[in-house]
Design a protein around this ligand. Sequence first.
Ligand code: HEC
Ligand code: HEC
Ligand code: HEC
Ligand code: HEC
Ligand code: HEC
Ligand code: HEC
Ligand code: HEC
Ligand code: HEC
Length: 341
Amino acid sequence: MKLRPIVRCSRLILSAALICIFNTSSRAEFQQPRIIIPIDQSFVEESTISLVFHKGDVPADAVGISINGNRLPPILDLKERKIFCIGGAKLAEGPNRIRLYLLNNGEIVEEKIASVFFRSDLFRNAVIPPPGFEKYYFHTMNHEAYCSFCHQMPSGHEAPNPAVPLDSSCFPCHTEGKSSKYVHGPVSVGSCLMCHEQKSASSKYRIEDSDEITCGTCHEESVESWKKAGYYHGPVAMGRCTTCHDPHGSEYPFFLKMETTDLCSACHAETASRPHVILSYAGKGHPIRIEKDPFHPGQKFDCASCHFPHGSPYNLLLKEDPTSMASYCTTCHKKKGRNTR
Ligand code: HEC
Ligand code: HEC
Ligand code: HEC
Ligand code: HEC
Ligand code: HEC
Ligand code: HEC
Ligand code: HEC
Ligand code: HEC
């Protein structure tokens, strides 16, 4: 199946369209090149974004984009096109510098810069966007109108479950869940609108409920049981499931944003960097990461082998009762004091 947008504009319609978009007057004027998406000084909360830019009327035989100094392959065959779209561009956490450059005979003749900030609670330098950076919402009538000259923009009222998942009208522009190793149930059947229901008047698909409510519609039992457990983990108590889980899919089991031990260490760096639980004569702590857990075949050993990530009946979110350390340790180490079954 082809995953290309439906390009339904002839050049005639397009030039008419461009004139009315870029000029409030009806007279065509000289166009400066510009980066349309992302918006300069905006912030996003996902590492992957789309890039859309306009070449303008500057004479050039190639255009290209670089992200933080890394050049994406330049587009050489311009075919009189002026608008170019690149999907799936990867950002680094924190500040990113997107540079559009135009080449003529191998020389850079023009360039434009846009700054975009990838905000995440998992990176200390990326938690708070710099002053002046605004969250950018794409799906407003104005923005969509611009793209709809060439793309079929979904109305937002399409059937929540397309018969063929990849037929979802969202996929031409969004890679969410298409290429991940582990894909979340509702995403794998193309049901974007199960969560991104069109409730908000200001922009389509925007989720205004807390994650706890969004995720709780389907994972109600789990969420309720964590709440009742007694000890509730900080970020879960704040209702922010998507701090740790990618709601669409990821390279890690449970759609985690990182491997479990890396994930926990992102916020508990001090705990993870010093000897944990035990202190051996050699100054070493308890292992916190093992590819194959000797006590639980088929599983990894990580922070979540000892701590519940969400809620627990025991202090410090432990999975087993720690009141007696001796019996606590033997839940895994059956023979006292020895590291064997
Ligand atoms: C002048 C027509 C035109 C306009 C206007 C346009 N696009 Fe595109 N877009 C295309 C074409 C054609 C493609 C197919 C890929 C290609 O040939 O570059 C495409 C592809 C894409 C892709 C997928 C790119 C990939 O690498 O798979 C995204 C995302 C996208 N467009 C987003 C947008 C957005 C967002 C807007 C509005 C801001 C927009 N486009 C406006 C013509 C256009
Ligand atoms: C023409 C391309 C295009 C199509 C089709 C499209 N989107 Fe988007 N969408 C974008 C762009 C561009 C952004 C800005 C973020 C980015 O760069 O990826 C965005 C952002 C979003 C956001 C974040 C909130 C916002 O408004 O910025 C959500 C949620 C979203 N899209 C959902 C959907 C859903 C659901 C569908 C299908 C019903 C869909 N989109 C179809 C291009 C598109
Ligand atoms: C299980 C619920 C769920 C499903 C299904 C789902 N999403 Fe999302 N999505 C979320 C949540 C939660 C967020 C983060 C909250 C927010 O920023 O709006 C999000 C955020 C996004 C964003 C914005 C990322 C950013 O920068 O903040 C895009 C784009 C998006 N979703 C597209 C899609 C598309 C396309 C589909 C269908 C293939 C889809 N989603 C299906 C829950 C879901
Ligand atoms: C529309 C219903 C629905 C919503 C809403 C939903 N999920 Fe799910 N989720 C499922 C289904 C169905 C499965 C089981 C299939 C699978 O593993 O993908 C699942 C599985 C999971 C799993 C893996 C469980 C396991 O034992 O392997 C995680 C983690 C998860 N969801 C997290 C979330 C988070 C976080 C949210 C909120 C952003 C959320 N879900 C919202 C339906 C939903
Ligand atoms: C601090 C990070 C973190 C937060 C926040 C978080 N989770 Fe998890 N979640 C995890 C980890 C880690 C696992 C994998 C546990 C394992 O390996 O046994 C997991 C597993 C899951 C599972 C599958 C296993 C199970 O226990 O049922 C579901 C479903 C789930 N999470 C949903 C959610 C929902 C819903 C929220 C928000 C209310 C949430 N998570 C918030 C880290 C988190
Ligand atoms: C987004 C940041 C974040 C992530 C990721 C995170 N935590 Fe936490 N954790 C917190 C906050 C905030 C608290 C509550 C404040 C506190 O008591 O230190 C907390 C508390 C705890 C506590 C209780 C500490 C105490 O002294 O009471 C334990 C244990 C814990 N987390 C383990 C984990 C494990 C295991 C993971 C990985 C599955 C994890 N955390 C991932 C932020 C995080
Ligand atoms: C072998 C089981 C085990 C593993 C693996 C483990 N913990 Fe712990 N953790 C404990 C026990 C037992 C305690 C309480 C005793 C103590 O403080 O040493 C504890 C205490 C904590 C505390 C509170 C006290 C402190 O040191 O800050 C945090 C936070 C914590 N663990 C996070 C983590 C994180 C993050 C990981 C993974 C990097 C991890 N734990 C791996 C068993 C474990
Ligand atoms: C959730 C299971 C679990 C619990 C609970 C647990 N351990 Fe372990 N422990 C392990 C695993 C897995 C290893 C690695 C075994 C291997 O490499 O063969 C290990 C290794 C060790 C080692 C050897 C360290 C090394 O570097 O080789 C010691 C000592 C140890 N544990 C002591 C303890 C003590 C003391 C407690 C209680 C405070 C405890 N463990 C609780 C799973 C656990």
